[in-house]
Design a protein around this ligand. Structure first.
Ligand SMILES: [Zn+2]
Length: 92
């Protein structure tokens, strides 16, 4: 009964959406529904797994150093890396 050729616009979540809500997701500032949806994508997407992992590490560092502003260079590096991963295909 399952039509695999038909993409589900409600259940489906793409990297663009994930990255757009990355900080909210890591900060758990989303609704349970949205968070679960993104979580499902993260589980299947290595790129977004890395992104959430990196952002989570940033949060841990921030908590330890008691700062309120994230190091923008690190964040920029993560975003840039994601762009390279998505646009360039394979990286060695
Ligand atoms: Zn993704």
């Amino acid at each position: 009964m399952t039509d695999t050729t038909h993409p589900d616009p409600i259940e489906g979540c793409r990297c663009e959406e994930m990255l757009e809500h990355l900080f909210e997701y890591v900060d758990s500032e989303m609704t349970v529904e949205d968070s679960a949806r993104l979580h499902r994508h993260v589980e299947e997407c290595a790129t977004c797994q890395e992104a959430t992992d990196a952002e989570t590490r940033v949060r841990l560092l921030l908590r330890r150093s008691c700062q309120e502003v994230a190091p923008s260079t690190l964040r920029l590096r993560v975003i840039t890396q994601i762009g390279v991963l998505r646009g360039g295909g394979t990286i060695r």
